[in-house]
Ligand binder design. Structure first.
Ligand SMILES: [Cu+2]
Length: 132
């Protein structure tokens, strides 16, 4: 419990910093004004990559670390459009996201230079995560 408390304290300090430092790159990547999506962070050896899904995906481009197992956390909030039908072809993964919530997708460590692409089932919306 004490550990969890320390984590939440450090997150409370870290998250505003991450949002401030990440805001420039997110704007360049097409903007994500509606959600508080943090850039990838490594927690206990696992990289957390946040993606928002609603009327498309944001950020559209994410830079992540290679050679670390990752969890893509897809956040939905009143998502009733087709971005809730998510496919990641190279992982053979597809899911119907809940209208609101957070869905974890486990991704094994990726080689440097790998670009993981996700899209709605119709291929209309997409995002990419570049590992280096
Ligand atoms: Cu679609």
């Amino acid at each position: 419990m004490k550990f969890a408390f320390l984590i939440s304290i450090s997150l409370a300090i870290l998250i505003p910093v991450l949002i401030i430092t990440g805001s420039n790159s997110q704007d360049l990547a097409g903007g994500s004004s509606n959600t508080n999506i943090a850039p990838p962070t490594v927690v206990d050896g696992t990289q957390i990559i946040e993606i928002a899904a609603k009327g498309g995906y944001s950020p559209k481009k994410t830079e992540a670390k290679a050679n670390v197992p990752s969890i893509i956390q897809v956040k939905t909030s009143g998502t009733f459009d087709c971005s809730s039908a998510l496919v990641i072809p190279s992982l053979g993964y597809s899911v119907y996201l809940p209208a609101s919530g957070s869905t974890n997708i486990e991704v094994p460590a990726q080689q440097p230079g790998t670009v993981l692409r996700g899209m709605c089932s119709m291929g209309m919306y997409n995002f990419s995560i570049s590992f280096s």
